[in-house]
Design a protein around this ligand. Sequence first.
Ligand code: HEM
Length: 447
Amino acid sequence: MAEVPDQPPPMPRIPKRAAAGLLGLLRARGDILSAFPEEAYRREVFTLRLPRRLLLVANHPDVVRDIFVLRHETYQAKSTSMVRALEPVIGDSLFINHGAVWEQRRAAIAPALHIAGLAAFETHFATAAEELADTLASGQAAVEIGAPLAAATARVMMLALFGERSQPAEAAALAARFTLYQRSAEHLDLMGLLGLPAWLGAGQGRTARGHAAALRAMVGEALAAVDTPTAVMEALRAAAGDSAEALVNEASMMLLAGSETAANALTWTLWLLATHAAPRALVLAEIDRLPPGAPDVAMLAALPYTRMVLYEAMRLYPPVPVLSREALAPGRIRRWDVPKGSLVLAVPWLIHRHSAWWEAPHSFRPERFSPEAARLQPKFTWLPFGLGPRVCAGAAFGMAEMLTFLAALLRRFTIAPAPGFVPRPRARLTLRPADGMRLVLTHRRTH
Ligand code: HEM
């Protein structure tokens, strides 16, 4: 196959200035990423007066650390818009709770995902990755990989929660429903952010609630079928106490938090590799040096460059593009008085592309994450897993899963962009390609 020339990583057109204000742009286009003007990629802090409250964007690592780490007590609560967008599916689970309830649930769940116990999940990673590769192998050369990846990462989470009895088709159904839910829920989220009355989104709200109910029913069924609980399930039960509803909440939360993010990171990583020949060759060289068979967690240490590629892909396309909080008490951030109830954001999408912290910020350069370069990079300029006490509980799990997936897929297939296709990043609850992700997959060799 002829070599495809490298392509710049796609991003929304950056408006020169916020002519009509961020609010106006949001209303006009409905996408927060394309609303940030040029100066948002240079500013340290900026604010917006929303109809009902102040919105402050922390865009400097010291300010981000101050809010999310040092002043966690005041800024630990998820924003109302985030809660409203997620609550129909995940109830009042750990992800959108705070205070003592969050603390108790976090303490119950986080140890089950700890890096020290990752080997317990390696067969799940490998099973889902091989099933995914088999599915893709039987399809057309040009494929949309977003949906199969979402199904495969949901499969990992279902195996981790419900054990070997759960079936690939259940994971695919769950992932498809999550996608439908996100599509309808994002409007509600935007409504909340803009402080618009809820009735404006009532139609979408009904659709979203329908998908949410279907999702919760699937999770309820899977829970009812568990006979021998997995370690993760035990942890969820400890978090949920005696309440059956709380268990559905926590299980749904875990399925969503653990699958959407990793699937999105993988879609963008594959695109970046398909469009950048030199990094692709280095990744392939590493993967081809692995011993044959499914890689276990210990073997993943032999993929340092592939790990750098994932870090860089999540810099350019952070699966969670916005971290939002609501102030529980009045405070002062830099020169701003921040009343109780204000929205306080850190935007990985912006800080990851900030001109003060990154050279050629919109280019794909995995070398930024070499041990030498990473030592020089200021802390809190790279936040794909969040930061502070609410940092992602599944970061090590997600990294091991994604490395296993890349190894399984790139051993089997050569990847290239589908002719004429350019993905468009779009911020939903996660950062998804707006029209899916189309790649040409060609078999490398038989296994
Ligand atoms: C590429 C993969 C992943 C990314 C980029 C990611 C990103 C994040 C981010 C940014 C947060 C914090 C959100 C905030 O502060 O508002 C978070 C929280 C969380 N993540 Fe992940 N995540 C990933 C994979 C996973 C996996 C695989 C699991 C489970 C196995 C998981 C479980 C959680 C949980 C339980 C929380 C809530 C933590 C808390 O509020 O205390 N994540 N994740």
